[in-house]
Design a protein around this ligand. Structure first.
Ligand code: NAD
Length: 350
């Protein structure tokens, strides 16, 4: 597998997206968002997705240069239509506006419809975190094809419906949760299939409803299980609530609409810490809390306790230095696209 430095990877991804029709701003938002996911260790949401996004542009499912409009708003709420623009770009603008509203109103929320994939969800709450606010985001796949079975079922009727919450602190690493409500993100199954690896039991079932460790069964009639193993009803319940916030509150609806156009409905909220207690005290106490958790004596065979977001930060520091391993199949796709767009020499991908 080639090992590529983050800045080179971002340059390649942005150049390919621009060649496919994205503006500079859109291409940079998607490329940097994907490479940040690679840096954090979530390769399933990294540059592996670039060829898919370009396929979606070619199919007319993603619209470069799309308008970004407000359907309805109040001083604390906004309903945003992304007109099928890049989710990375549409959602970042939505979060920026929500943060601005929270600077005045202390609490603000928004819903976003008709945008493509938003990628790694943590990117948006972390924008609020950097402003001294608590950011929350949930996303569902609107009425595009579903991948997760409701607990007890054998047919996918839910999305992977992630949740992310980020809070400001005095820690070096950001304190944030960012997780799918399925056993894992669907992209991790795709990644294992591309890499020819087995997956743990408890991630998916095959088309007959049986547990399997073969990731190729996922695209062969199988489905993801909800988070929680034998207590998967909790993951299933969280996913249902995310779908209510992102599918029903947004007006996207539930179930599957036949065109298969990918649609990340989002619900996001921002809470200004200073409206509840002094930000300085809160930041200090979150750091103390994280250290308190980390000081827990480790269980047998464990590497110790990590607070939410810490694992990603450690990987990011390592990958910034060592570079990012890109699986051969993804690298070949990026090279083929560079060839199609006559960029191979310029991007040193000949
Ligand atoms: N846009 C979408 O449609 C979509 C859908 C699903 C998932 N995603 C993204 O996929 C990515 C992966 O999600 P996932 O659920 O597979 O990730 P995951 O299973 O790795 O869980 C990630 C969360 O668990 C924490 N964590 C991981 N290991 C830990 C440890 N040992 N101790 C303590 N905390 C630990 C991480 O800090 C993070 O908050 C996320 O970035 C998510 O936003 C996006």
């Amino acid at each position: 597998m080639p090992i590529v430095q983050a800045d080179r990877l971002a340059r390649i991804a942005a150049a390919l997206l621009k060649a496919a029709g994205a503006s500079d701003e859109e291409a940079d938002a998607v490329a940097i968002g994907c490479v940040n996911a690679n840096l954090a260790g979530h390769d399933s949401h990294g540059v592996i997705a670039i060829p898919t996004y370009i396929d979606r542009i070619r199919a007319g499912h993603i619209v470069p240069g799309a308008k970004w409009t407000i359907i309805q708003q109040s001083p604390t709420t906004t309903v945003i239509d992304g007109h099928w623009g890049f989710g990375f770009h549409v959602n970042a603008r939505a979060m920026a506006l929500t943060i601005e509203k929270a600077k005045t109103a202390n609490v603000a929320a928004c819903t976003v419809v008709r945008q493509s994939h938003v990628g790694r969800l943590a990117a948006y709450p972390m924008m609020a975190m950097r402003e001294g606010m608590i950011g929350l985001a949930t996303a569902d796949s609107g009425r595009s094809p579903k991948h997760v079975v409701p607990f007890g079922g054998r047919e996918a009727r839910l999305g992977t419906n992630p949740i992310s919450i980020a809070v400001p602190s005095d820690l070096e690493a950001p304190f944030y949760l960012d997780m799918a409500t399925s056993a894992v993100a669907a992209g991790k199954i795709q990644l294992a299939a591309v890499r020819g690896e087995e997956i743990p039991t408890g991630w998916i079932i095959d088309g007959e409803g049986r547990q399997t460790t073969d990731p190729t069964q996922f695209r062969n009639g199988g489905a993801l299980l909800p988070l929680g193993g034998t207590e998967g009803y909790k993951g299933s319940g969280l996913a249902a609530m995310v779908e209510v916030l992102c599918g029903l509150l947004t007006g996207l609806g539930f179930g599957v609409e036949p065109t298969g156009r990918h649609n990340d409905g989002c619900f996001m909220a921002v809470f200004n810490v200073a409206a509840f207690r002094p930000l300085k005290d809160f930041r200090k106490e979150v750091a103390e809390f994280a250290h308190y958790l980390k000081a827990t004596p480790p269980a047998e065979g464990s590497n110790g306790v990590f607070y939410p977001g810490e694992v990603e930060y450690i990987r990011e520091q390592q990958r910034k230095v060592a570079g990012i391993e890109i699986e051969d199949a993804t690298w070949e796709k990026l090279r083929a696209l560079a060839g199609d767009y006559k960029l191979a020499a310029e991007l040193d991908l000949a």
